[in-house]
Design a protein around this ligand. Sequence first.
Ligand code: SF4
Length: 373
Amino acid sequence: MKRLPEEEKPFPIDLQPESRFWEKRGVSRRDFIKFCTAMTAALSLPAAMIPRVAEALGSDDRPSVIWLEFQSCTGDTEALLRSSAPTVAEIILDVLSIDYAETIMAAAGVLAEETRAKTVKERGGKYIVVVEGSIPTRDNGAHCCIGGRSALDIARELCGNALATIAVGTCASYGGLPAAAPNPSGAVGVGEAVPGITLINLPGCPVNTDNLVATIVHFLTFGRLPETDGKGRPLFAYGKKIHDNCERRPHFDAGQYVEAWGDQGHRKGHCLYKMGCKGPATFHNCPVQKYNEKTAWPVGSGHGCVGCSEPSFWDSMSPFYRRLPAVPGFGIEATADKIGLGLVATAAAGFGIHGALNALRKDKEPEDSTREG
Ligand code: SF4
């Protein structure tokens, strides 16, 4: 059978010429189809939903977005700007109207603040807020001020009136590094700073922009945020443990572990559990979505997971190179809500029976001076 070139294949939606989004935005038809297909898959939606996603992205009714940056390293903005074409730069930035983003907007100072105030006033609550960074609450929020107002004050006003708020990165979701003990600024995530708002958390250090884009696409397509777990994270991205999808998992099951950095097991891609990997305790789709144009992710590159998408990971997951303790546990199908216990304890549980047996099956464990508990 003769294969049609990609450009000539029928697209599974009857888009009118005026709604040919890819043409208006200078994106090729092939890239647009690829993007819609990837987003539908990322959201765990059936392929039949691709036309609906395409339709939503083709709309000219662009929601306004206000991107706030508080106590952060700007890693999430960097991740967004460096995501591969045609995802963000050529599609989402055109679908959305990003009216305020301090790091990337041309305006600065008073002009920037006026732009934000104008957006809030003119859009009358019809805007999405993206928050990057934690919000300090100590000393009346004085540790992070923009234009003479505290981050706390700005978040209360803007998130409190928004259609939805998306907390990107672990700092905005749960406080992150600024909230690590002793948390001198009283840093918290958006949900704690402004309770009761329509919020979704996309933790990670930094956020995986595929998950951010998929969340926005879901909102544009269905008019609501995706279903979440008890920590406010979308299930499509945080419904499974790193350990469940890890490419090193067969080695875990076979009791083949890296015992020292650079040893033969490390070179062969064996499991990093004994080197402190927190994958059994961490819910995120890193092994599937990956980073850097889907080419790599930390565990794939030879470093254990540090659990960066979990609340308080700087405190609860460290020391990062110490293995999780072994206690009785749960199965591969568990979600964060089903487990409902402290993460380190539950992760340890994951290894407890299954992993311990595998380790013993392989050979006797070496003396481990770093073992917890
Ligand atoms: Fe992968 Fe870490 Fe689980 Fe080993 S312990 S299989 S490296 S997630």
